[in-house]
Design a protein around this ligand. Structure first.
Ligand code: S3P
Length: 178
C-alpha cells in the first residue's frame, strides 16, 4: 500500500473521551484529512445533534449515522472521529472496517464525567438526575463492543493529549498503517 492510499483511521469510544481532539491532532501531525461523523451529520441536516434527537428521535439520528458510514466506507487516507454510539450497529463497523483501522480510546466513567459534567450537547446525558451513573451504565453496556472492534486501544485516562497522539502514532507507524 503506497503512502497515498493508506487505510482510514477510525476513532471509536465513549462520548467525551477525546475522539475529536485526538483525531484532529493526529491529522495535523500526520498531514491527513480529518472528518467527524457528528459534524458531518450536523452540516448536512443544518441541525444540532440535540435538535435532531428532540425533533426526530434517536432512531432517525442512527439512520443518518448508518447512511454516512456507508458513504465513507470506500474513502481512504482519512482520519475519522465517530459518535460514541456508532458501534451499536454492526453494519456501521463492517462498513468502516472495509478500508479502516479502528482505534479505541478507552477511558473511565469518572474521567468521562469530568469532561462532560458541564456539557449539554449530548442528548443521551442531558435529562438524567445522575450523570455519572448514566455514563457508568452506558459504558458498561458498550465496553464489550468497543473492545471487540478495536484494532488498537489507547487508554486515554492515563495520558494527556500529546501522549495519546504519540502512543497512537507509534502503534500505527510500527504496523505501517499510517
Ligand atoms: C452519542 C455520542 C455523540 C453523538 C450523539 C450520540 C452516543 O457523539 O453521536 O450524541 O450514542 O454515544 P460523541 O461520542 O462525539 O460525543
Amino acid at each position: 500500500m503506497t503512502h497515498k492510499n493508506k487505510k482510514n483511521i477510525i476513532f471509536i469510544g465513549f462520548m467525551g473521551c477525546g475522539k475529536t481532539s485526538v483525531g484532529k491532532r493526529l491529522a495535523l501531525t500526520a498531514k491527513k484529512n480529518f472528518m467527524d461523523t457528528d459534524f458531518e451529520i450536523q452540516k448536512t441536516t443544518n441541525m444540532t445533534i440535540n435538535d435532531i434527537f428532540e425533533k426526530y428521535g434517536e432512531s432517525y439520528f442512527r439512520r443518518l449515522e448508518r447512511n454516512l458510514c456507508k458513504q465513507i466506507a470506500f474513502d481512504f487516507n482519512n482520519i475519522i472521529a465517530t459518535g460514541g454510539g456508532i458501534i451499536k450497529d454492526v453494519s456501521n463497523v463492517e462498513n468502516l472496517k472495509i478500508n479502516g483501522t479502528v482505534v479505541y480510546l478507552k477511558s473511565t466513567p469518572e474521567k468521562i464525567y469530568n469532561n462532560l459534567k458541564n456539557n449539554t450537547t449530548r442528548p443521551l446525558l442531558n435529562n438524567t438526575a445522575d450523570k455519572l451513573k448514566t455514563i457508568t451504565e452506558l459504558l458498561e453496556q458498550r465496553r464489550p463492543l468497543y473492545e471487540k472492534y478495536a484494532d488498537i486501544t489507547c487508554d486515554v485516562s492515563s495520558f494527556d493529549l500529546d501522549e495519546s497522539v504519540e502512543f497512537i502514532l507509534k502503534r500505527l507507524t510500527e504496523a505501517q498503517l499510517i
